[in-house]
Design a protein around this ligand. Structure first.
Ligand SMILES: Nc1ncnc2c1ncn2[C@@H]1O[C@H](COP(=O)(O)OP(=O)(O)OP(=O)(O)O)[C@@H](O)[C@H]1O
Ligand SMILES: [Mg+2]
Length: 464
């Protein structure tokens, strides 16, 4: 372990030399200061691991020096020495962030014991911090990309509210990155070492959703063979992300409201309340306010969920983010595991900038992923993009012949969607076509025909 540096501060030279001798013998590098001003300077200059200082010093007393040290070097630990009985100074020192205080006259044993305790603690917290950062960077695989003013607003709000436990409602069209923001909120909060539990309220019918959220006791309903913990319980000390909250039925909304009010849940089939320490983040692409007006969503629940609102701007309103998003997705979706990111032509970028992106960032990601495959990971031109063939020739300027009035647009979009679905199924099935057909719910023969139609014979490429 690297040698630790300590700073000993006292206006009494005999105390300084006594402490210096003791601590040097224990293997520390020891600096000295005789006034508060000197302490502040030396801390700035050599950032010692620990300062041991008397409260009473000329020029600047220990309390004042402590608060300045904490302002410039918050991680430097400080032990304060006070005269026996001056409890006010001791209390003030602890308030200002001193690690501990020692009353004079002291025994040398006591000093070295205190010093070891501080340094052990420092090592431990440092280790925990490193681990925490490693873990969160492992879990948080996806970065939020985009520097448009609208996205900067989003980052600002995330920064401001992540550490609070306030409930957050994330709104915005489909594919705008709501789930990414929910992840950012969790991994930038003090709960980041706790779980992030995601539940989609649209995926399950009412009774199953409730069982999923609240858990159940054995035999509480048909099919409840064993006791099960619900998602709220699993999210204890962490964050629960309730996606597509607008799809929640009224009875479940009522139950959720109770959780918000009481921070307690009951498993289905039990009336034993269980305390849960959770932060709730929810998302929807619907207009919840309107749902409230139409009587489909409880207004009291709406107000409790909408404490903080983060609205995700649609991609068409921040087209300046497209180039950096494209670059990000080219790096993310390589042709093979060892391939370099594909390149993209200026003209293709221009096309991407002209389009209006009803499916937002998700649609852009799909388009790029597909273009990488079509270009075999080489150079993407507008030919590999799904917008109209009539003006996709090399070097030709697209006249922005957009969707309106183009009767084949609908057909092309459907074909594109179909192709994307098939590609996804093939990927998820690791290229096993029978399995992919089963996942899609179509006959294998039809899948074979479609694979041929879309030129997906070699998909997914091996080694991905
Ligand atoms: N700003 C961004 N930077 C990088 N990737 C993004 C960004 N926004 C969205 N994505 C990617 O786009 C896809 C869709 O994002 P996400 O699932 O967060 O959207 P959503 O708003 O939850 O959509 P939906 O309402 O349809 O569920 C994901 O693969 C996500 O990683
Ligand atoms: Mg989502």
């Amino acid at each position: 372990m690297a040698q630790k540096t300590l700073l000993v501060a006292d206006d009494d030279a005999s105390i300084r030399s006594l402490l210096k001798q003791l601590l040097s013998e224990e293997g520390f590098a020891v600096l000295e200061a005789s006034t508060g001003i000197e302490v502040v300077e030396k801390v700035k200059e050599s950032s010692p691991d620990l300062v041991i200082m008397d409260v009473r010093m000329p020029e600047l007393d220990g309390i004042e020096a402590l608060s300045r040290v904490k302002a410039t070097n918050p991680k430097t630990a400080v032990l304060i020495m006070t005269a026996f009985g001056s409890s006010n100074a001791a209390i003030r020192a602890m308030e200002l962030g001193a690690f501990d205080y020692i009353t004079k006259p002291f025994e040398l044993d006591k000093i070295s014991h205190s010093v070891k305790r501080v340094l052990d603690y420092q090592d431990l917290t440092q280790e925990v911090e490193v681990l925490r950062d490693e873990i969160s960077s492992l879990v948080q695989t996806e970065r939020i990309v985009g520097n448009s003013p609208a996205m900067q607003e989003v980052y600002k709000t995330v920064g401001k509210v992540a550490k609070a436990d306030a409930t957050v409602l994330i709104t915005g069209e489909s594919g705008t990155g709501k789930e990414l923001v929910a992840e950012a909120l969790h991994f930038n909060s003090n709960r980041r070492s706790g779980p992030l539990v995601k539940v989609s309220c649209a995926a399950l019918p009412e009774s199953l959703l409730e069982a999923e959220l609240f858990g159940h006791e054995k035999g509480s309903f048909t099919g409840a063979m064993t006791q099960r913990r619900g998602r709220f319980e699993m999210a204890d000390k962490g964050t629960i992300f309730l996606d597509e909250i607008a799809e929640m039925t009224m009875p479940t909304q009522t139950k959720l409201l109770r959780v918000l009010q009481e921070r307690k849940i009951e498993r289905i089939g039990s009336n034993l309340p269980i305390k849960v320490d959770i932060r709730i983040v929810c998302a929807t692409n619907k207009d919840l306010q309107k749902q409230v007006e139409q009587g489909k969503f409880r207004d009291d629940l709406y107000y409790r969920l909408n404490v903080i609102n983060i609205h995700m701007p649609p991609l068409r309103d921040r087209k300046e983010d497209i180039p950096s998003l494209v670059e990000h997705f080219l790096a993310k979706h390589r042709y093979s595991a060892t391939a370099q990111p594909a390149a993209i032509s200026e003209e293709a970028i221009r096309r991407l900038m002209e389009y209006n992106w009803p499916g937002n960032v998700r649609e852009l990601e799909n388009v790029i992923e597909r273009a990488v495959v079509l270009s075999r990971g080489q150079i993407i031109t507008s030919r590999e993009l799904p917008f109209g063939e009539h003006d996709a020739g090399e070097g030709e300027e697209g006249e922005g012949g957009e969707e309106k009035g183009d009767s084949s647009f609908f057909k092309k979009s459907v074909a594109q969607f179909e192709k994307d679905l098939i590609m996804k199924a093939l990927r998820d099935a690791n290229g096993n076509r029978s399995k992919a057909a089963e996942m899609l719910g179509i006959y294998r023969r039809l899948l074979y025909a479609k694979i041929k139609e879309y030129g997906l014979e070699g998909y997914p490429p091996k080694g991905r």
